[in-house]
Structure formats: structure tokens, C-alpha cells
Design a protein around this ligand. Structure first.
Ligand SMILES: [Zn+2]
Length: 443
């Protein structure tokens, strides 16, 4: 009798709990404010159906999640967004959770569901666009694409990852790639902006995700595209370290590591969150095969221009420009991707966290850009305004120079200078690059 009642009671208790457990749990909400939109990400225990609509006076978004339940109270989102004011919830009917997003301004919503990727399970993404600002940005981009070639040297600086996509994570300090590369990119942005004749465009300026396609699109009408990353080697922590420079490859990767890195970087859109149904494939259409190989050759030269400066800052992982099929590098202009170090290596991770190393890395990339600027500008018919920039171990011959004077100035012997540079006689054409041996060259 007693046990029968116990069974009956437990059935009563278990039944609604099991029903409740079948509902998709809304586990967390994250907010990522970008300059032109704010992204809300709902972490879900499974896929579900939802309905989204806008209301006015005051502006708000209503999201009804069917077959869902809330796990605990909604998180405090903070005041970082210029669009989203607040978030509140209410159970509307049985099994439907209504979430109301109070807005500061009128906004246009775009929403989509994401399947599990990287560290995340099912997600509902709601992007709220600042309608006025989006129109302005589109007009500005269009104007730049059709404008007559500018005399400015335009550098697109692309800090990798952001928002839901943290990139690689350090093992010792938990350093996140997205933060390190943004810091380096901001340093580089300041350097480029301060340089007469140069102009910088950042693909992202804060902690939010920008789809790879959109990053490539920002390259239109610019001169160079520099993507900044810091990657990780899964498994054996100490193996890989140092910086490397990558260009796009059409034929496959130059090494297994290059291939692994490219496939890691290419998953960004899945983790960062992109509505793949709406992704345009604009760039590949714009870019014919011929231009592509020409661009790859220029990208390799651009990478070559950067290597010596990066080598000054850190040991290089590879001494040549590596190639792999990085999606973000499929751009119509010379483009390189710089791995500033291996965040998975404790020594590299410590360095990548340091402001000094970040600044020095930005300096090195900037020096490489200055070196590439004259020949890149010449490519599009802009008269060369800047002088050839010398490498750290290089001297460019100026009018009136003699071999003896150059040797004396650099504390090397004439014989060594002549040997190293393979000079047959003592004629020195102006503009010739001489390699200057470093360390105990005199003798
Ligand atoms: Zn990366």
C-alpha cells in the first residue's frame, strides 16, 4: 500500500519534470555590440522554432521561442550597445518563452539559428542593425569602390576573430587570440593613420564578429590587406613557436601546418556566427583566375617585404612566406595573413600578452608596409612619392656614395662588402641595394 502510493507520487512528480526537460533550455544570452549593429546570441540546448517581430512606441523586438524554457534569470547585458537598452522575459503560454528586447533606437532585425560549432551548442542569433548607420556605411563603401584611384595608400587591417569566435586560447594564461590581435591591429592603425599619404581601414574595432566575406569586401578599392592572427598548435604545446607570414595558395598548402592553420581560420564563420544562407560570393566573381595569380605573386612579395622586420621582433617559425587556402585572403588586392606567434606556446603566449611585444610587432608590420608602398603604388600608376625603404641589414646606394665610404659607415671591410654583394667591380649604381653583413664583418 505504502509502496504503491510512493510509486503513484513519483509518477506524478516525474511526469511534469520529464515534460519540462524535453523543452529546449535557454541557457545564456550574450551581447556583442558592433559599430553598426548589436548581436544577441541565445545559447540553446537544442534547435527550436521561433517567431520574431518588431513593435513601436517604444521600439522593441519580441522573440517567441516555442518549446522552450528559461534556465535562471536573464543575464545583465551592460550598457555597451547603442541599440539595445534592455532584455526582459515572460512565459507567454505553456512551453513558449517570450523575450522582449527594449531598443534605444529604431533597428532592423536579422535572425538565424546556428548548429553546434566549436565550443558552442545550438544558438539563436539576433542581429539588430542601426538602419541609418548601415545605409551611410553602404554609401561610403560604394563611393570608395567607384572613386578614381586615390593617391593615398590604403591599408585594410584585419584583426582576426572577435565576438563569439575567440580564436586560439593560450594554455598558461588563457590569453585569447581575438584580444591580442585587436591590440596589435590598433597599434598598427595608429601608425598608419599618422603616416602622411597612408590611410587605414579596420575590419573590426571592438569585440564582435565580422564574417570573412565582409572582411574581404572591405578590401575593395584598397591597396593592401593585412590579416593579423596568433595561432595555436593543438596537442604538443611547446613544439611550435615564432611568427609566420602567409599568402593565399590556389594549389594547396606549402606545409601540413599551413594547411591545418588555414582550415582552423576558415572555421571562423561557423564559430563566430554567420547566416550562411545569406552569404554572398561576390569576391570570387570579381576575381578572375588571371588577376588572382597576379595578386598572389604580389602578396608573396608583400610578405617578403615584411619578413625581415618581423624577424627583428621575434624568431620566425618559417623563414619564407608560406601559402595555404585562407578564405579571408581571397581578395582582389595583395593580401597577407600574419601569425604573430603561437599562443599555445607558453613563451610566445607571455610575449603576445605584453604591450611592448604588441607594439613592436605593429612597428614591424608597418615597416614592411612602408617598404611595399612604392612598388604597390607604382602598380596602379601612382607616381612614386616615397623613397625606397631599406631593410635593417640593407643599404640603398645614394648619389655620391663610394664603396669605401659605405663600408666605413657600417663598420665592415670593402672586401667583405664586395664579397657579400657579389660585386665584380667598384661601380655603384644609385638605388642598388647592398646587403650589410652584421656582427664582426670588419677584418
Ligand atoms: Zn586566427
Amino acid at each position: 500500500m505504502r509502496s504503491a502510493r510512493a510509486i503513484f507520487l513519483s509518477v506524478l512528480l516525474v511526469f511534469p519534470i520529464s515534460c519540462w526537460a524535453q523543452l529546449v533550455a535557454i541557457q545564456n544570452v550574450r551581447m556583442w555590440p558592433a559599430p553598426d549593429y548589436t548581436r544577441l546570441v541565445f545559447d540553446l540546448s537544442g534547435s527550436l522554432q521561433y517567431r520574431l517581430f518588431m513593435l513601436k512606441d517604444p521600439y522593441r523586438v519580441v522573440i517567441d521561442l516555442h518549446g522552450a524554457r528559461l534556465v535562471g534569470p536573464l543575464p545583465q547585458l551592460g550598457s555597451g550597445s547603442q541599440i539595445v537598452a534592455d532584455l526582459r522575459s515572460g512565459a507567454r503560454t505553456k512551453g513558449t518563452v517570450r523575450i522582449v528586447v527594449d531598443l534605444k533606437i529604431d533597428a532592423q532585425p536579422r535572425s538565424f539559428l546556428l548548429k553546434p560549432a566549436g565550443p558552442y551548442g545550438h544558438r539563436l542569433v539576433v542581429d539588430l542593425y542601426n538602419t541609418a548607420k548601415a545605409a551611410q556605411d553602404r554609401a561610403r563603401l560604394a563611393a570608395r569602390a567607384t572613386a578614381p584611384p586615390s593617391r593615398k595608400f590604403i591599408v585594410v587591417i584585419d584583426p582576426g576573430h572577435g565576438g563569439d569566435d575567440p580564436g586560439a586560447t593560450g594554455h598558461v594564461y588563457g590569453t585569447r587570440e581575438k584580444n591580442v590581435v585587436l591590440a596589435i591591429a590598433r597599434d598598427l592603425d595608429r601608425l598608419v593613420a599618422a603616416q602622411p599619404g597612408m590611410k587605414a581601414i579596420m575590419t573590426r574595432t571592438g569585440d564582435y564578429y565580422v564574417p570573412l566575406e565582409q572582411r574581404r569586401r572591405m578590401a575593395r578599392g584598397a591597396d593592401v590587406f593585412v590579416s593579423i592572427h596568433a595561432d595555436s598548435m593543438p596537442g604538443r604545446v611547446d613544439d611550435a613557436r615564432g611568427a609566420s607570414v602567409y599568402a593565399l595558395s590556389e594549389k594547396g598548402a606549402t606545409s601540413t601546418l599551413a594547411k591545418a592553420l588555414a582550415s582552423d581560420e576558415n572555421t571562423s564563420d561557423w564559430i563566430g556566427g554567420v547566416n550562411l544562407n545569406s552569404v554572398e560570393s561576390g569576391v570570387s566573381e570579381v576575381l578572375g583566375d588571371l588577376t588572382k595569380s597576379a595578386t598572389i605573386a604580389d602578396s608573396l612579395r608583400l610578405g617578403d617585404d615584411m619578413l625581415p622586420y618581423l624577424r627583428r621582433v621575434a624568431p620566425m617559425h618559417s623563414n619564407k612566406v608560406e601559402q595555404a587556402g585562407f578564405v579571408v585572403l581571397e581578395s582582389p588586392i595583395p593580401s597577407v595573413l600574419i601569425e604573430t606567434g603561437f599562443i599555445s606556446n607558453p613563451t610566445d603566449e607571455r610575449k603576445l600578452r605584453s604591450r611592448l611585444f604588441q607594439e613592436h610587432t605593429a612597428d614591424a608590420i608597418f615597416d614592411g608596409l612602408k617598404r611595399a608602398e612604392p612598388w604597390l603604388l607604382a602598380r596602379r600608376g601612382v607616381p612614386i612619392r616615397t623613397a625606397h625603404v631599406a631593410l635593417p641589414d640593407e643599404y640603398v646606394v645614394r648619389p655620391g656614395d663610394t664603396l669605401t665610404a659605405i663600408a666605413h659607415r657600417h663598420d665592415v671591410s670593402v672586401t667583405v662588402l664586395r664579397d657579400v654583394n657579389d660585386l665584380k667591380d667598384s661601380t655603384l649604381p644609385v638605388g642598388l641595394s647592398l646587403r650589410i653583413p652584421t656582427g664582426g664583418g670588419r677584418g
